[in-house]
Design a binder for this molecule. Structure first.
Ligand SMILES: *Cc1c(COP(=O)(O)O)cnc(C)c1O
Length: 391
């Protein structure tokens, strides 16, 4: 973080240099390529003796702006921006891993990330060992001579479990391997994993960074040497963020803090309401004292986040009834939107998993995940309360 300036100020005030037109807002650079004065300038630019934009698969003023803002907000040396969160996850792994390498990952990770570990990486002779979020003390025992990374998300999706990044980074350092954290649920506003020892931080900017359900985007930031490897892989393979999306997302960062403050406040109020409700078996929210990792959450996070997980009494059928009777909130798989979204994983996104597999990834029959939006909390609670009353 830039010295003496607060998050909000950096998010609003850091921008690339103005052009001769002295525009106040950063213009959109929809250009695939850039021109050169002469053969020598072009040679020097391609040889990287001269730093400038060459071609938008490599870099573009809008993606540069987005990257530089996230680097400042995360306290990172360098970064690269991608077309989606998954492009960031995939390219980071593909750039840094070789056949025969091994990953140690938390079991609860985003479904598509888990799909990479199980469906594709084994084809390239990259194996993954998993630890569950409530047994981090086992992590060290999973490390092999060929292990390259410890990988995790915190808070996790959908169970909002919290992992101790300082603990994981101590293990990583002791074994001379990397800690990579997907910081999507927290955003750079709520938590900076680099401060707790992470080497690389990944975001799906599609979620709370965009915050209005408009564009896809992803970014990886951190250690400059590692980012250089990721950059070289990405400029060759082409998963780069589009200038338009970068322009939207740079603007979104200006409002991230006020949106997140309000959405986290809504989330805490909903969590407190649900904790008192007779039809609710349990509620999980990082800033509720009842959360198993409350102390770690308080250490790592500015606020508790925008996602609340809870279990309605009565299993899958009660969960379905609740879901079917929601009137205002959106039934959708997205999260981090300005509109409140509810999902019932057991009857929708994870319905195909066996009961045992659901248990393994932490999905219980009546579990509901609620991503709080910007509506008035009384209206959100009213909708959830009337849906609960139908069970
Ligand atoms: C959504 C999500 C992703 C993937 O991001 P996309 O932008 O949808 O590709 C990765 N990690 C987490 C934790 C997510 O929630």
């Amino acid at each position: 973080m830039e010295e003496n300036k607060h998050f909000e100020t950096i998010a609003v005030r850091s921008q690339i240099e103005r052009t001769a037109n002295m525009e106040h807002s950063v213009p959109l650079y929809l250009t695939s390529g850039f021109v050169f004065e002469d053969a020598e300038e072009m040679r020097a630019s391609f040889a990287e003796e001269k730093q400038r934009d060459l071609y938008s698969r490599y870099s573009n003023p809008n993606t540069n702006e987005f990257i530089s803002k996230i680097c400042k907000l995360e306290g990172a040396e360098a970064g690269f921006a991608f077309a989606s969160g998954m492009a960031a996850v995939y390219s980071t792994f593909a750039a840094l891993l070789s056949s025969g390498d091994h990953i140690v990952s938390a079991r609860s990770v985003f479904g598509a990330t888990h799909g990479l570990f199980t469906k594709y990486f084994p084809k390239w002779n990259i194996e993954t060992s998993y630890f569950s979020v409530n047994e981090v003390e086992k992590v060290a025992s999973l490390i092999q001579p060929n292990t390259k990374f410890i990988y995790c998300e915190t808070p996790t999706n959908p169970g909002v479990d919290v992992l101790d990044m300082e603990y994981l980074s101590d293990i990583a350092k002791k074994h001379n391997i990397l800690l990579i954290v997907d910081n999507c649920f927290a955003t750079p506003y709520l938590q900076n994993p680099i401060k707790f020892g992470a080497d690389l931080v990944i975001h799906s900017a599609t979620k709370l960074i965009d915050g209005q359900g408009r564009v896809l985007g992803g970014i990886t930031v951190g250690n400059a040497e590692l980012i250089r490897e990721i950059y070289l892989f990405s400029r060759l393979t082409g998963p780069s963020m589009s200038p338009f999306n970068a322009w939207v997302l740079s603007k979104s960062l200006e409002t991230l803090a006020v949106r997140a403050d309000k959405q986290c406040d809504n989330a805490l109020k909903l969590a407190e309401f649900l904790e008192r409700h007779s039809k609710v078996a349990w509620v999980k929210y990082p800033f509720l004292k009842s959360h198993p990792s409350y102390e770690i959450a308080k250490k790592q996070m500015r606020l508790g986040g925008t996602i609340v997980a809870f279990e309605v009494k009565g299993g899958v059928s009660a969960g379905k009834t609740f879901f079917d009777n929601i009137k205002m909130c959106s039934l959708s798989a997205n999260l981090g939107d300005s509109r409140t979204i509810v999902t019932h994983p057991a009857s929708t996104t994870h319905a195909k998993l066996s009961d045992k597999d659901k248990q393994v990834v932490g999905i219980t029959p009546g579990m509901v995940r609620c991503s709080l939006g910007l509506e008035h909390i009384d209206d959100i609670i009213k909708d959830i309360e009337q849906a609960l009353s139908t069970i």
